[in-house]
Design a protein around this ligand. Structure first.
Ligand SMILES: Nc1ncnc2c1ncn2[C@@H]1O[C@H](COP(=O)(O)OP(=O)(O)OP(=O)(O)O)[C@@H](O)[C@H]1O
Length: 329
């Protein structure tokens, strides 16, 4: 991998980044703020998921990082350089959702052809192997499944041995098995220290593959942290206990007035509490309030997602509206 900048230079640095588009005709707004004052620093070696619902601004942010579009305001630096310079130097490459493959070439011919456009590149058979395509190297692109074609795009992106790999919804349109295969391949490659930034709708992908999740909604970063941090930030923990009948009403009142308690629900003889300090609530329930059968549950990532983005979870995990399942364009 290229090492022209120091180890402390961030892989990506976004400062006050904004991108607006003219609003579609008939809309009440005069413009769409696709990316709205985003500050973000990603260090070399991090694996970061941009997670968010449709229209959150993930693709636009990645396009800005790749220099495919210019910011309306703010700045983007990739390894301390302007995005286009970083791309041209081979320090960054991308796996985008669709396009770019010729259906009559084989997998190996495709990789060779793109390799010939680089002054220096990793050996063709090495990238084919890293993308898990050795057994398919002589297969025509038109005979490859959507998942296999996406692995081919991944192989092409590996050719310049980029320090940063950007993937926009890389598994859109794949079934569960193909998604798992793709991420297994990515896991093996990323362990070599490459910085990976990917956009996804899938909570489970972000959870399983990323070290860090940047949750995006309405063009803004609404949460940024490890999966565990995002869970606890959004949902805290749920504490429940069974209380004696006569104590239930008083316990509910006490809990509602306790600092850090967000919700208190009665479910039969049990009281269910969400709170930032679950230990304090547990002590209160078992001690002063006379509860028993205590249970503490960490909020799920899905709950966290909904709490932070206000998103209707039904849309998350669905296929993106504009993804393209055509074999080749
Ligand atoms: N070229 C464009 N012209 C006008 N509006 C655009 C353009 N590109 C994106 N937008 C709008 O900007 C907002 C953010 O879109 P973007 O594609 O970045 O979101 P996303 O998070 O990648 O969504 P998805 O998950 O559906 O791909 C949306 O409201 C979208 O309609």
């Amino acid at each position: 991998m290229t090492t022209s900048t120091t180890a402390t230079t961030p892989a990506i640095e976004l400062r006050g980044l904004a991108k607006t588009f003219p609003a579609v005709r008939g809309s009440h707004d005069s413009e769409v703020r696709a990316v709205d004052a985003v500050d973000l620093r990603i260090q070399p070696g991090e694996i970061v998921a941009f997670l968010g619902p449709n229209g959150a601004g993930k693709t636009t942010t990645l396009d800005l990082v790749l220099g495919l579009t210019e910011p309306t305001s703010g700045t983007v630096e990739v390894f301390g350089r302007r995005p286009r310079e970083a791309v041209v130097s081979g320090a960054v490459s991308a796996v985008l959702q669709t396009g770019g493959l010729l259906r009559d070439l084989t997998v190996r011919e495709t990789v060779r052809m793109i390799a010939s456009t680089y002054a220096a590149h990793s050996p063709v058979d090495v990238v084919i192997d890293r993308a898990g395509l050795t057994a398919l190297a002589d297969r025509r692109v038109s005979k490859c499944s959507g998942g296999e074609q996406q692995r081919l795009r991944f192989a092409l992106a590996l050719l310049p041995d980029p320090r940063l790999l950007v993937l926009d919804e890389p598994t859109a349109g794949m079934d569960v098995t193909a998604r798992r295969d793709f991420w297994d391949t990515m896991h093996a490659d990323a362990s070599a220290g490459r910085t990976v930034v990917f956009a996804t709708h899938y909570l489970e992908e972000a959870d399983a593959f990323a070290d860090r999740i940047v949750l995006i909604a309405g063009g803004r970063i609404v949460a940024d942290g490890t999966t565990a941090e995002i869970r606890s930030r959004a949902g805290g923990r749920t504490v429940s206990a069974t209380l004696p009948d006569h104590a239930l009403a008083r316990a509910t009142a006490v809990l509602r007035s306790t600092e850090g308690v967000r919700t208190v629900d009665e479910r039969g003889a049990r009281v269910v509490v969400t709170a930032s300090d679950s230990d304090a609530v547990a002590r209160l329930l078992l001690g002063e309030l006379g509860g028993r059968d205590l249970e503490i549950v960490t909020a799920g990532l899905e709950q966290a997602f909904m709490a932070l983005t206000g998103d209707d979870r039904d849309r998350l995990g669905d296929q993106p509206a504009h993804h393209d399942e055509e074999l080749v364009r």
